[in-house]
Design a protein around this ligand. Sequence first.
Ligand SMILES: [Zn+2]
Length: 235
Amino acid sequence: MSSIEFITSWGEKIPIFINVRRGLRNITLRPRAGDNRRIDISRPWVASNATAMKFVEQKRRWLEHFFMNAPKKSHLKSGDIFRFLDKDVIVVYDESIRANKFVLNDDGNYTLYVGGDIRLLESRVRNFVKSELLKEIKILIRRTPREFWPRRICLRDTSSRWGSCSTTGTMSFSWRLAFAPYDVMRYVVMHELSHVKHMDHSPEFWVQVRELYGFGVERAKRWLNQNGATLHQIL
Ligand SMILES: [Zn+2]
C-alpha cells in the first residue's frame, strides 16, 4: 500500500506508487484511471522520492486534467442516494416494474423505482436524469422573454463545458448539471441564453446574465469552479 498521495484540487486522494529502476534516465509518470485510480512513478536510482514528488507537482495540471476526464464512477446500486437538483433521490431496483416510477416521499425526498434488467440500472437512471433535466431546462427557458429562446436544446456529456450556444440557434448543456444545485444549473442556462444577444463575455454580456439570473451570479460561478469536477463522478 502506498503512503504517498496526490491530492487533487477537488480533494480526491490518489495513491502514488514509486518504482526505482536502474538504467532509467528520467522520471516517468503514469496516471491510471478505472476503479483503482493511481499514479505510477518510475524514477532513476539517482533521483530521490522528493525529486519525483516535485515532478508530480510540476505536472499537477496535466494530472488533474487526466483524472477529471477519466472520472471515477461510483457504481450505482439499489439503495444508493444521489443528489438531483437539490433533491435527494433514493434508487430502488424492483425487477417487476416496467417503467420507471418517481415518487415523492413524506420526508420531501424522492424514490426512483427502476425495473428491468439489473445490468441496465445505471443507464436507466441516467436516461431518467437526462429527461428530467431537459424538462427543467425547458421550464426555465419558457420563463424568459421569447427573444432568448434557442431553436434547439440538446444535452451532452462533455467534461470541458457546461453549456454552449451555437450561431445556428442550438444550445447544449452538460447533462451532469442535473447533479448540481438547482441554482447552479439555472445559472448555466441563463449564461447561455445571454449569449443569444452577446456572443462574447463582455461587460454587457454579464449585465444580461444578471438581468436574467438575478442576484448570486458570482456564487453560482464559484460553485462550478470549485465543485464542477465532482459532477463527473456520479453515474
Ligand atoms: Zn459563455
